[in-house]
Design a binder for this molecule. Structure first.
Ligand code: TGC
Ligand code: FAD
Length: 387
């Protein structure tokens, strides 16, 4: 895989081992049939617990049997998973960064004991419910509400575009607490078999097909007081989870681009036209040169982010810059790779077009490209331009 400026030499032995283990897992267990899953619109469910056994969920968290790896190792893992398919990295992002992270950061001791070991092993699956039908880029407009009831809360509302919702055991539901002043947003752990919880699978997606997406409704769903995340109140709860997941996406997108580059370079040196490999023509070489340069620049940004995160100096706006840049880069470069494969490039036999289609989702979720532009614009000028 592409490492043009020798970032390998900066890695610790443990980080190399994590990267190599994940790469081998993806090569042996994912690549052989991920295209079939993508076409069928299924997720390789047999890999859910295997990924848990390998420590792929919340690898940067400590305690509860979790690996407590470096932020670089976490990033490399996301890179390798997304080199397989963005749907695989999404599974790890949602489980680790969007469900286990808030339980770890904001949960009670009982919530941590109940959920983190099982989720770390992949024996329980979680989903993260923030987006609503009428509130996507502006989640603070959410209408889902929680009202105090005897011993707990009653939840009403709906969430859509929720990764893993149809296969989840628990949903983290972000809702406005109607009984407190100012109706702060709070997080609720909602077991998906509770009365009044209903879920539908979203089918006919043309992107991220090897990932299960759904919508769920909450119709007078009762949850006991002990299911409320006690450690956070307000939008910074869900938004801080997004920072963790966006960090992983900034690395993951690079993996999809690296895989596309590898496929395109191999093809260019193998495919003959006009009596020589197409990689011998200047136009194809320029494409490879540009691809390698863009990927390397994104790798450098991801590695720098890891250093800042490790020291506790990483700002959410810096994560926005990397998510915005690296996903756009991967979206553009996977398209160039597809183009270099000619007619074969539009088949599922080669990964670039699958990556390219997946990256349309990655460009959109976890804050659209536009929203990250506005976050950066706000940071650079001090003037918010969201409304
Ligand atoms: P705002 O007033 O700016 O902030 C409210 C409070 O939150 C703090 N904060 C953050 N903290 C941590 N990380 C961040 N990224 C943060 N952004 C803001 C902020 O400091 C403040 O704290 P405090 O203490 O002062 O209260 O909040 P806002 O409601 O105006 O939000 C602004 C905006 C537009 C940037 C935000 O809403 C946004 O990011 N919108 C995009 C929506 C989005 O990303 N949705 C993602 C849904 S989940 C998903 O897509 C999963 S895909 C999973 C997969 O399959 O991989
Ligand atoms: P909208 O917010 O309606 O945006 C539409 C367009 O308008 C976009 O181009 C946007 O950039 C632009 N726009 C919006 N506001 C502005 C503005 N102020 N200025 C300029 N342009 C603007 N959500 C979850 O909560 N959990 C999940 O697990 C999850 N998984 C997902 C999986 C998939 C496959 C997909 C597609 C989405 C998922 N999402 C999830 C939802 C995702 O986060 C939202 O789709 C995303 O935040 C955008 O919201 P929206 O689709 O409502 O678009």
């Amino acid at each position: 895989m592409l490492d043009y400026v020798g970032l390998e030499s900066e890695l610790s032995q443990e980080e190399r081992m994590v990267r190599d283990t994940a790469r081998e897992f993806v090569d042996e267990k994912v690549k052989p049939d991920i295209a079939d899953h993508w076409i069928d619109g299924t997720f390789p469910m047999d890999l859910v617990t295997e990924m848990g056994e390998m420590g792929f969920y919340a690898p940067n968290l400590d305690g509860y049997g979790l690996p407590n790896l470096s932020e670089t190792a976490y990033g490399l893992l996301m890179q390798e998973l997304e080199a397989g398919d963005s749907g695989l990295r999404s599974m790890a992002s949602v489980q680790g960064a969007l469900v286990m992270y808030p339980i770890h950061a904001f949960g009670s001791d009982e919530q941590k004991d109940e959920w983190l070991p099982d989720m770390g092993r992949g024996e329980k699956i979680g989903c993260f419910g923030l987006t609503e039908p009428q509130h996507g880029s502006n989640p603070s407009g959410m209408e889902t509400r929680a009202e105090e009831a005897d011993g707990g809360y009653v939840l009403n509302g709906s969430k859509t575009w929720i990764t893993n919702a149809p296969i989840a055991d628990v949903a983290i539901v972000w809702a406005r607490d109607k009984t407190s002043d100012d109706n702060p947003v709070r997080g609720f752990l909602v077991e998906t078999d509770r009365d009044g919880f209903s879920v539908n699978k979203i089918t006919e997606k043309l992107s991220l097909r090897a990932s299960i997406t759904g919508e769920f409704g909450l119709n007078d769903v009762f949850v006991p007081e002990e299911n409320v995340l006690p450690g956070v109140s307000g939008m910074k709860g869900p938004l801080s989870c997004l920072t963790q997941a966006r960090y992983g996406i900034a690395w993951g997108a690079v993996g999809a681009a690296m895989d596309s580059f590898k496929v395109a370079r191999d093809y260019a040196t193998d495919r003959d036209q006009f009596g020589k490999p197409i990689g011998g023509f200047q136009i194809q070489q320029e494409k490879l040169a540009e691809m390698a340069t863009q990927i390397t620049t994104a790798q450098l940004l991801a590695h720098r982010l890891a250093d800042l995160k490790e020291r506790g100096d990483l700002r959410p706006e810096q994560v926005s810059m990397a998510k915005r840049n690296n996903v756009r880069m991967a979206r553009d470069q996977s398209r160039i790779a597809r183009e270099m494969l000619g007619g074969n490039g539009i088949t599922a036999d080669y990964s670039p077009m699958r990556h390219m289609a997946n990256l349309e989702t990655v460009y959109t979720y976890e804050g659209t490209h536009d929203i990250h532009s506005l976050i950066l614009g706000h940071d650079l000028t001090g003037i918010p331009a969201f409304e």
